[in-house]
Every structure is written in structure tokens, then in C-alpha cells.
Design a protein around this ligand. Structure first.
Ligand SMILES: Nc1nc2c([nH]c(=O)n2[C@H]2C[C@H](O)[C@@H](COP(=O)(O)OP(=O)(O)OP(=O)(O)O)O2)c(=O)[nH]1
Ligand SMILES: [Mg+2]
Length: 315
């Protein structure tokens, strides 16, 4: 059977404070009825994703939007069709949203999204909605005081809310101690902290998740931590991306985008190859390798969640 291919434009509409998104409930009589969704619908012939988004948000919610930023594109096989969910992030809109087709509409806090039943295709979208555009990877730092000062600066001045503690030069005991300090600081700023290392670390430090090296990723045949904690991994190619999806990683970094002083011999992907790899990944992907915050918009435009960086944020 040749499956129908359906291209759907959908919107993650954020409240002004960025803490809530707007959901709608699909009427019980339609496909995926009764489940919650990101408002949107199918592209009409000759429409682009953005134009379809504008039309659907007006038809379904009475909203007018002038701008939106790509968030994630998700391919999903339903039994009867192949669907592409082309999801956009909307911050600015005019109008007061209401269910023009009689559907329930509700503002939902980001950390309550998992309480709502969604269609099967939506898991990667939920992850993308809950993650920021920038992922800070901490630099090697011998001194705890210097480390904490730099982390605090990044949280306070750059507003970073997703942090990976990467400290290859510390032994196990020192790593755990630094992780506890970093966690206390991250909590003050409501930032998430992922530990770069063995999944068992979460039994010692109640951080928000684990980041796996690509080597460690490839040794695992299933997700090593519970749902509810975040699992990310370093990837460099299609095989590693597939494996990350297979074991249920929540998101990944894909590198190196550019050549960097720390990995001078690695062949850079460049934006073209990066873009080819991102769309089939089926999860949020951060571009890594010579990235600065000025690259974030371009990273978004080619399908990434955003950028991950050590140097640009560690000052
Ligand atoms: N809008 C939206 N559709 C989703 C989501 N998740 C998901 O699997 N879908 C599926 C359900 C449908 O098969 C398809 C969207 O079609 P739709 O019924 O909203 O299309 P439409 O608004 O153009 O409605 P219609 O004119 O065909 O009645 O995508 C989601 O979060 N938002
Ligand atoms: Mg619709």
C-alpha cells in the first residue's frame, strides 16, 4: 500500500513570559479525536508551511500572526498515512484565542505538558517546546570557585537555562562534589543541569539528566535512565543519530559543525550536511562545534533546536 503523505503546519504559541503554550483539543469525531494538539492543519495546494500556519491559526483560533520561527519538523508513520508535522514557534500574535470550531483551547504550563494526551507523533514536539535554544557545555576548570563564578555569569547575564557539566579532568569524587555545587546554582536560576558521564551518577546527584558521549551511546541498547529525567547524547553521523532515537534519547548534539581548536582533525559537517542529518533525526538537535549565539537563528532555519557551545558562554 502506498501511504498518503500529509504535510501539516502546527504552532507552538507561547505566552509572553514563555512559560505556557496554547493547546487545543481535537473534536472527538475527527482523526486522533479527543487528543490535545498544537493548533494547525494541512497545507492547501501551493501553500508554504508558514502561509498555511497563518491561515489555520486564523480559522481555528482567530489569531493573526506576522512572524514565526521554525521549531522542529517531525516525520511519523501512522497506519494509514505518512505525516510531516512542520512546527513553528509563535511569540507575537494579535487577537484573543478562542476555539472557533467549538474545540477546547487551553494555556498549559510547560512542565504540565506531559499530563495531556497527544497523538503519537507529538513526543519530539513536546521535547522541543520544553527546551531552550542554547545549550551551555561547561569548560574544563581546575578551580571550583572560578568554575562557579563563570557558571553564575552565564546563568545570570546570558540567561542560559540548559547546562551540561563536562569535566573530564576531574576524578569521580571531585566530579560529584562539583556537580552538587553546580546543581545548587542551577536551581537558583531554574536552569536544568545534565551530568556528562555514567547514568549511575544520577543516584549520587539528583540532577536533571545525563549526557552520553557518542562511544557510550553506542554501547547501550536501551534507555539507561527513567523517563522524567533528560537524556542527551553526542552524535557525529547518521548511525549515531539513529541509535540515539532507538534508545530513546530526548535530544542530541550533532558535531562538529565547524572546525574547532579542541578538535582540529575532525572533518566539519558544515550547514548543508548538518541539515540533511537533522530532519530525519526525529528529536531536537543542537548544532555544536565553533557555534556562537549569533548562529542560533541560522541553526533554527536549517531545522536545529539551536546551538550548543562551550567558548561563547564561558567567560
Ligand atoms: N494540528 C495538528 N495535527 C496533528 C498534531 N499531531 C498529529 O499527529 N496531528 C495530525 C492529526 C491529523 O491527522 C493531521 C492534522 O490534520 P487536521 O485535521 O488538523 O487538518 P485540518 O486542520 O486541515 O482539518 P481539515 O480541514 O482536514 O478538517 O495531523 C498536532 O499537534 N497538531
Ligand atoms: Mg487542524
Amino acid at each position: 500500500m502506498i501511504k498518503r503523505r500529509v504535510h501539516v503546519a502546527a504552532a507552538a504559541i507561547f505566552s509572553d513570559d514563555g512559560q505556557e503554550v496554547l493547546l487545543a483539543r481535537r473534536p472527538s469525531t475527527v482523526d486522533q479525536g479527543g487528543l490535545w494538539e498544537f493548533p494547525g492543519g494541512k497545507l492547501a495546494p501551493y501553500e508554504t508551511g508558514f502561509v498555511a500556519l497563518q491561515r489555520e491559526l486564523y480559522e481555528e483560533l482567530g489569531l493573526t500572526i506576522d512572524r514565526a520561527q521554525p521549531l522542529i519538523r517531525v516525520h511519523h508513520e501512522y497506519p494509514d498515512k505518512h505525516i510531516l508535522l512542520d512546527v513553528w514557534q509563535v511569540g507575537d500574535f494579535s487577537g484573543e484565542p478562542y476555539g472557533r470550531e467549538g474545540q477546547a483551547v487551553r494555556w498549559v504550563k510547560l512542565d504540565e505538558l506531559f499530563n495531556y494526551p497527544f497523538p503519537a507523533a507529538n513526543l519530539p514536539i513536546l521535547r522541543a517546546v520544553m527546551l531552550p535554544t542554547e545549550y551551555l557545555i561547561s569548560a574544563e576548570e581546575a578551580d571550583d570557585g572560578v568554575f562557579l563564578n563563570k557558571l553564575e555569569r552565564a546563568l545570570q547575564e546570558d540567561g542560559l537555562r540548559l547546562v551540561q557539566l563536562r569535566a573530564k579532568t576531574l576524578d569521580h569524587e571531585d566530579y560529584v562534589q562539583r556537580a552538587e555545587q553546580a546543581l545548587a546554582l542551577c536551581r537558583r536560576f531554574s536552569a536544568r543541569l545534565l551530568l556528562n558521564g555514567e547514568p549511575e551518577l544520577l543516584k549520587l546527584v539528583d540532577a536533571d539528566g545525563i549526557h552520553l558521549t557518542s562511544d557510550r551511546l553506542m554501547t547501550l541498547d536501551r534507555r539507561p535512565i527513567v523517563q522524567g529525567k533528560w537524556l542527551s547524547a553526542s552524535t557525529h553521523n547518521a548511525q549515531q543519530l539513529d541509535h540515539a532515537a532507538h534508545i530513546g534519547c530526548d535530544f542530541v548534539t550533532l558535531s562538529p559543525l565547524r572546525t574547532t581548536p579542541t578538535h582540529p582533525d575532525a572533518t566539519p559537517l558544515g550547514w548543508h550536511d548538518f541539515q540533511q542529518l537533522v530532519e530525519p533525526a526525529g528529536m531536537p538537535v543542537f548544532a555544536l562545534g565553533g557555534m556562537t549565539r549569533h548562529d542560533a537563528n541560522h541553526a533554527r532555519a536549517v531545522g536545529a533546536q539551536g546551538i550548543a557551545s562551550i567558548r561563547d558562554f564561558w567567560q
